[in-house]
Design a binder for this molecule. Structure first.
Ligand code: GLU
Length: 283
C-alpha cells in the first residue's frame, strides 16, 4: 500500500444481481472484507446494485448473500440501489440546474453514424447533439438520456486528482471519455452516477474494485466535485484470469460460486486460497 487509508476503513462489495457470482467476485469481496477488518473500527458493506431493470433479479441477490456466508464473510448490508431512486433524481436536478448535463434523444444508430473525433478515439460519443436535442425532447414524448457536458464540467471543476492505494496520487483528465451518459433512457441513473452517490451516502472511505474500472474513477471524481460529495481513496486490484488468460465474467459463463457451494465444496478453504493471491496489479 502506498497511502494512508482514511479511517475508519469503510469498504464495500457492490454486485449487480444480473447473473451469478464467480471466483473473481469472491476475490473482490474478500479483499474489501479483509481490509475493513484490519481496522478495529472498519466496516465491510454489501450493496446490491439492482437498477438494471428486468435484468436485476432478487433471486441472484439472495444467492450472493449465501455465497458470501459460505466464504465465511460478515457484512453490513446497506440499502439496495432500487430504493435510492429519489437521491439519484435530486442529484440529476442539481446537475440540470448547473447545466452540466444535457438531454440526448439520439438513438444508437444515430450516434454510430456520427463522425468520430480523430484524436480522442475513446469518445464513443462526440457531443454533436449538445443543445440540439432539447427542442426534439420538448416537442415529443420520446425517451431521453442525460449526458455530462464534460467540457463544461471540467471548466467548473479544474484539475481532477485522486488517490489509489497502489498507483498513488493520480491527475486524470475525464475529457477523454466524452459526454458520458448519467441517466440512461431506460434507467434512472447510470452506473457512474449511482455508484458515486451511493459510496458517498454509505460513508465508504476506500473503494476497492477491479483494475478494469480504474479509468472510470476520473468520471466519479468529477461527479464528486460537481455534487459536493466526500472523496474516498481507491484501491484497484488485480483481476483473476481464467485458464485461457481471459478476465472472468458472468457473461462468459465462468463457473458460479453457487455451483461449488451446492456441490459441497469448502468455501472457507476457497477463501483462504484466494487470500494467497497477490492483489496489487502488475504482480
Ligand atoms: N455493480 C458494479 C459491478 O458489479 C460495481 C462496480 C464497482 O465496484 O464500482 O461491476
Amino acid at each position: 500500500m502506498t497511502t494512508q487509508i482514511p479511517r475508519p476503513t469503510v469498504t464495500r462489495f457492490a454486485p449487480s444481481p444480473n447473473g451469478r457470482l464467480h471466483i473473481g467476485h469472491a476475490f473482490a469481496a474478500i479483499i474489501a472484507h479483509d481490509i475493513a477488518n484490519n481496522d478495529p473500527d472498519g466496516q465491510f458493506l454489501l450493496r446490491i446494485e439492482d437498477i438494471d431493470g428486468p435484468r436485476s433479479r432478487p433471486e441472484f441477490a439472495d444467492e450472493f448473500r449465501r455465497d458470501l456466508e459460505w466464504l465465511g464473510l460478515e457484512w453490513i448490508e446497506v440499502e439496495q440501489q432500487s430504493k435510492r431512486i429519489e437521491s439519484y433524481q435530486r442529484a440529476i436536478e442539481a446537475l440540470q440546474q448547473q447545466e452540466t448535463i444535457y438531454p440526448c434523444a439520439c438513438t444508437r444508430a444515430e450516434i454510430e453514424a456520427l463522425p468520430k473525433r480523430q484524436t480522442e478515439d475513446r469518445r464513443s460519443y462526440p457531443g454533436s447533439c449538445k443543445g440540439q436535442c432539447v427542442a426534439r425532447v420538448s416537442s415529443a414524448e420520446i425517451p431521453v438520456a442525460w449526458r455530462l457536458d464534460i467540457d463544461r464540467a471540467m471548466s467548473e471543476v479544474g484539475e481532477i486528482v485522486w488517490t489509489d492505494e497502489f498507483a498513488g496520487s493520480i491527475t486524470a483528465d475525464p475529457r477523454e471519455f466524452g459526454d458520458v451518459v448519467l441517466v440512461r433512457k431506460d434507467l434512472p441513473a447510470s452506473y457512474h452516477l449511482a455508484v458515486t452517490l451511493d459510496d458517498a451516502a454509505d460513508g465508504v472511505t476506500l473503494v476497492t474494485r477491479g483494475q478494469d474500472l480504474y479509468d472510470t474513477t476520473a468520471i466519479h471524481r468529477i461527479l464528486q466535485e460537481l455534487l459536493g460529495l466526500s472523496v474516498p481513496h481507491w484501491l484497484h486490484h488485480k483481476l483473476l484470469l481464467d485458464e485461457t488468460g481471459e478476465k472472468l465474467a458472468k457473461r462468459r459463463g465462468s463457473p458460479p460460486l453457487a455451483e461449488r457451494r451446492l456441490r459441497g465444496d469448502d468455501g472457507l478453504m476457497l477463501a483462504e486460497q484466494l487470500r494467497l493471491q497477490k492483489i496489487a496489479t502488475g504482480t
